[in-house]
Structure formats: structure tokens, C-alpha cells
Design a protein around this ligand. Structure first.
Ligand code: AMP
Ligand code: GLY
Length: 453
């Protein structure tokens, strides 16, 4: 089989790594890919949002299946466009992708399907939105309706912050038409978790639970990022939380979409806030999470290709997945300055050394490989002697550790991080701290001593 993966992040490297384990796969392409995918597939220099370029490539190369990583091509309608030409593709249609592309769409669906979520109001007028904020007071949350590269949500501790956010979104139009409408909603407190499933339009197969770390600094401080690390499973997701999320959030959403005539086929990610033990929907993503995928897929024992083929064919009934019981931790190593402005082109040292440690993996994100100072785009070979890996993005590497429990997985991941160096690099030192905290309180309850992480 010939397979194309669309995207260039750590998620796409992890998907490529998993798909490579399927013997049926003869040729694997990644568009545009990164320095990691270049080592296990053939990078194709076509951007993820160049839908026609991607479709032409698949027609010319007779690609059997395309797996779409990021939300942008999905919300632009890559699936619909490919299907018009009879090309096989994994990822929801443009209509289904509204679950991520429009927060207003998702809130309205939540209301009609009784999906638990923060109380909210929708506004098309800045003054009315501000009056509502003033009537409610802080803390309060302001959200731009459309895609805003993860920057369209403002959790305002002060009323003035919320009023400024409305100006940014609706008056200054920082996110363009994504700010035509805003949602102003209740601020929820609790612990967040990610539950991802694969849907065939009717049946779902859940993946293992996970938790992301969105803030840039230790202790969940500083600005939001695309995600600085993740781990799986997430102990906060008890069986009850897991089952409640599936039955009161995910299934009603898929059912609600079907009522609108929309067939939801693809990955569906529910970001939930666990307030008082009850999951409430924060957001849907219409794709696998990043960096959650990098922490989940090393634990997946089953054949990923089989899963997505069954989903495309509507045949997931009674299908389930096998999981490695161990914990998995992903630490994101970022470029100096990220999530603000950052430099590219710094040489990365020590990846090979990190990989010598057992039970570790390194998934690349913002990297490239240069040989004789030329990017290695479009070739499948990586010659360790001749090529060097350089930084090419904000989130640079995902360092993975597997272990019998979360603490051992953390130790593995950080030992591997210790071997890697590049100018300006930074990473959080506390990935998994909530899960370790739970482990400690469990141990305290049993009166067992355990050492500090
Ligand atoms: P979203 O893109 O809607 O998931 O929002 C991004 C992040 O903002 C979430 O992961 C939460 O950390 C935070 N957030 C969103 N909505 C709320 C809310 N209603 N209450 C508290 N925090 C929120
Ligand atoms: N980790 C959050 C996301 O994938 O959007």
C-alpha cells in the first residue's frame, strides 16, 4: 500500500512511526513532514493546506490512503475534495470539521443535545458582549468563534481582561473573520483531560486517556502553547469519568451530527474539564491531539491501519484496541522564545544518545535535516554521517519515556531529554506532576513511602 500522511508536527511523526509497523505499507509519504518523518518516509514538499496540490499528488502517485493530521486542511474540506476523485482518506468532512472550526456550532450542538458544558451566551455585537461581561463579572472566559491557532480563548481573571479580549477579537479583528462572533462563558475550575475516539459515523472506538500541559512554564504558569507535554493514561480519568465522557459528551455529539445529516467519520477529541468529578466539554477537536498522540500511540498494541480502514468503511462495530499497560510520558523541547518569536536553524545534538536509553523514543516536530546546507526535502534517505538535524519550528522535539508507572516513565523521558541540546532550548521539568501527586496521595493513604520524582 501507498500511504500519505498530511502534516508536519510531532503528531504526524508518531502516526508515521505507528503506520510503519504495518507490513502492508510499502511506501509512506509525508507532506510536508519534518526531519523525523524524513527518516522513516519520503517527505513531499507540499504544504498541508494546499489541498489541490495534495490531491494531484495522490492521483499521480496512485496513493491508496491519505491520513490527515491537522485541523486546517480538514476544515478547508480536504476529505470532500479527495472523495470527489474517489481517493480514500481518513478524516472528517468539512461539515463535520465544524465541531472544531466553529465554537458557536459546538456550543449550539451541546445545547440541543444536552451535552454538559460551561454556561454561555453567543454575541455578534461587541457592546452587547461587554455588557454581558459586566453583568457577570470575572473570572469569565471569552472565545472567538473560529480557528485562531490556539490563541482565540481568553480565560480572564479580571473583568478588564475580558473586555480587552472582546476588543481584540471583535473590534481589532486580530483573528479576522474567526472573530465575527464571540462566546462569553462561565469559567470552570478543575483538572483537564483529553478523551479521543475514532468514529465510523455510528460506532466509536476509544483510545487510551491522556492529559496535556498547555502552559509554557512549570506549575502551569505563563502563556498557553500548543502543548508542552502529555502523558497517558491520565489517572484523573477514572472509569466513571471515561464512561461519562463517552456517554454524555461523545456519543450525543455524533448522534446530534447525524440528526443534522452529518456523518462524523474520523478521530474526535473531547477536551474536558473535570469539575467535581463530572466531565464538562471544553472543546472538540476533529483530529488526534498534539502532543497527546505522541504519548498515546507508543502504548497502542493494535494495528493502527486496520483501525482507520475499518472507520472509513463504517465497520467499527465490536472492534476494540489492545494497550500496553505501561505509562507513557511525552516532554516537548521547544525553541528559545516559544510560544513568542523564536529562531530557527539551530543544530540539534544528542538525539542518537537519547535513543540509546531503553524505552525511549524521539518524535520530531519543528525540525529539518540539512545536508551540505541544503534542506533534505523530497528524499527518503538520511545519512547520519552527512546530514544534520536543525530546528525549524517552535515545538522542536517530543521526547518519550515508557515505564511501569508514571514516575518511571517520567524518569525515562527526562534522562533522554538530558542527552539532547540545542541553542535556546527549553522544556518543562514537571510533566506528569498531577499524576505523580495522585500516586503519592494513594501511597499516603496506604501509608507507603515513595521517593520524590
Ligand atoms: P478551548 O480551545 O475551548 O479548549 O480552550 C483552550 C483552553 O482554555 C482550555 O484547554 C482550558 O484550559 C481553557 N478554557 C476554555 N474554556 C474554559 C472554561 N469555560 N473555563 C476554564 N477554562 C477554560
Ligand atoms: N493538545 C491540544 C490539541 O491537540 O489541540
Amino acid at each position: 500500500m501507498k500511504i500519505l500522511i498530511v502534516g508536519q508536527g510531532g503528531r504526524e511523526h508518531a502516526l508515521a512511526w505507528k503506520i510503519r509497523q504495518t507490513t502492508k505499507v510499502k511506501t509512506l509519504y509525508c507532506a510536508p513532514g519534518n526531519g523525523g518523518t524524513a527518516q522513516i518516509s519520503q517527505n513531499i514538499p507540499i504544504e498541508a493546506d494546499d489541498l489541490i496540490g495534495l490531491r494531484n499528488f495522490c492521483e499521480e502517485e496512485k496513493v491508496d490512503l491519505t491520513v490527515v493530521g491537522p485541523e486546517m486542511p480538514l476544515s478547508l474540506g480536504i476529505t470532500d475534495l479527495f472523495k470527489e476523485k474517489g481517493l480514500r482518506v481518513f478524516g472528517p468532512s468539512r461539515a463535520a470539521a465544524q465541531l472544531e472550526a466553529s465554537k458557536v456550532f459546538t456550543k449550539e450542538l451541546s445545547r440541543s443535545e444536552n451535552i454538559p458544558t460551561a454556561d454561555f451566551e453567543i454575541f455578534e455585537d461587541a457592546k452587547k458582549a461587554k455588557d454581558f461581561v459586566k453583568s457577570k463579572g470575572a473570572p469569565i472566559v471569552v472565545k472567538a468563534d473560529g480557528l485562531a491557532a490556539g490563541k482565540g480563548v481568553i480565560v480572564a481573571k479580571e473583568e478588564s481582561e475580558a473586555l480587552e479580549a472582546i476588543d481584540e477579537i471583535m473590534v481589532k479583528r486580530t483573528f479576522g473573520s474567526s472573530g465575527n462572533k464571540v462566546i462569553v462563558e462561565e469559567c470552570l475550575e478543575g483538572e483537564e483531560a483529553s478523551i479521543i475516539v475514532v468514529s465510523d459515523g455510528e460506532n466509536i472506538v476509544p483510545l487510551a486517556s491522556s492529559q496535556d500541559h498547555k502552559r509554557v512554564f512549570d506549575g502551569d504558569r505563563g502563556p498557553n502553547t500548543g502543548g508542552m507535554g502529555a502523558y497517558s493514561p491520565a489517572p484523573a480519568v477514572t472509569d466513571k469519568v471515561f464512561n461519562d465522557t463517552i456517554s454524555s459528551i461523545i456519543k450525543p455529539a455524533i448522534r446530534g451530527m447525524r440528526k443534522k445529516g452529518i456523518d462524523y467519520r474520523g478521530a474526535l477529541y473531547a477536551g474536558v474539564m473535570l469539575s467535581k468529578g463530572e466531565p464538562k466539554l471544553l472543546e472538540f477537536n476533529v483530529r488526534f491531539g498534539d502532543p497527546e498522540t505522541q504519548a498515546i500511540f507508543p502504548r497502542l498494541k493494535s494495528d493502527f491501519l486496520e483501525l482507520i480502514e475499518l472507520a472509513i468503511d463504517g465497520s467499527l462495530k465490536n472492534y476494540s484496541l489492545g494497550w500496553d499497560e505501561r505509562s507513557c510520558v511525552c516532554v516537548v523541547m521547544a525553541a528559545g522564545g516559544y510560544p513568542g518569536r523564536y529562531e530557527k536553524g539551530k543544530e540539534i545534538f544528542g538525539i542518537e544518545k537519547a535513543l540509546e536509553i531503553t524505552d525511549t523514543l524521539v518524535f520530531h516536530a519543528g525540525t529539518d535535516i540539512v545536508r551540505e546546507n541544503k534542506p533534505l526535502c523530497g528524499t527518503a534517505t538520511y545519512d547520519k554521517k552527512k546530514g544534520k538535524v536543525i530546528t525549524n519550528g517552535g515545538r522542536v522535539l517530543n521526547v518519550i519515556g515508557l515505564g511501569k508507572d508514571i514516575k518511571k516513565a517520567i524518569d525515562k523521558a527526562y534522562s533522554a531529554c538530558g542527552k539532547i541540546k540545542f541553542d535556546g532550548m527549553h522544556y518543562r521539568k514537571d510533566i506528569g506532576y498531577r499524576a505523580v501527586g495522585r500516586l503519592k496521595s494513594k501511597a499516603r493513604a496506604k501509608n507507603i513511602r515513595i521517593s520524590r520524582p
